[in-house]
Write a protein that binds this ligand. Sequence first.
Ligand SMILES: [Zn+2]
Length: 62
Amino acid sequence: MDWLEEILIECPQCGESFAIQIETAEEGTVGMIEDCAVCCRPAAVSITVKEGEVTCVTVEAS
Ligand SMILES: [Zn+2]
């Protein structure tokens, strides 16, 4: 079983979408800082995982 899921998030700074990889083995909410692939500015990403699936993603300017 593959516990990595790729999701698209929208950069709060430039509005472009880019993909990040999420580990879905553990349930709960994790926060991380991801640098936008387009403008390189940081975004605070919060991801909720339930039963091996990403159920909620929020992105805020960091
Ligand atoms: Zn960006």
